[in-house]
Design a protein around this ligand. Structure first.
Ligand code: HEC
Length: 120
């Protein structure tokens, strides 16, 4: 096989992959298919974006989000959902650095709506 036909095949594959993932990811299925359960996804999201401040011995605002019970309680009161839904320019938005994505917000909302399940 010549170099140029190999190049054409490679380019076609990359274009096709980009097209398919583009469609599925951005249009038909905007968020990764994660189960809204503490053990399956929520613990990871909270530890990536929240428990650095809201965890350990002296959590910010006295609010711990590490561990299932603490995280579920704070979410079921509506406090967590309120803060993550604030606009990026609101001083009260959480996390303060704006690292939460739309998909993170949707996932936590689904979790709250389902009653904050720990497992399936
Ligand atoms: C960089 C540190 C930091 C991170 C990361 C952070 N927070 Fe906060 N959080 C604070 C501070 C400081 C306050 C107190 C000031 C305020 O009320 O905004 C607070 C307050 C809150 C409150 C109100 C608590 C109360 O009882 O008044 C909630 C709810 C909250 N954060 C949720 C979250 C969630 C959910 C995340 C992750 C998505 C998160 N925070 C990430 C620092 C942080």
């Amino acid at each position: 096989m010549s170099n140029s036909s190999l190049f054409r095949i490679l380019t076609a594959c990359i274009a096709a992959a980009g097209f398919l993932t583009g469609c599925q990811y951005n249009v038909e299925q905007p968020c990764p298919d994660q189960k809204a359960q503490y053990n399956a996804s929520i613990e990871l999201v909270l530890s990536a974006h929240c428990t650095g401040c809201h965890g350990g011995q002296n959590p910010e605002a006295g609010l711990a989000l590490d561990g299932y019970n603490a995280a579920a309680n704070a979410t079921l009161t509506g406090d967590v959902i309120d803060r993550i839904n604030r606009s990026a320019t609101d001083a009260l938005v959480m996390p303060p650095n704006g690292s939460f994505t739309e998909c993170d917000i949707i996932l936590l909302q689904k979790w709250a709506e389902a009653g904050a399940p720990e497992n399936e």
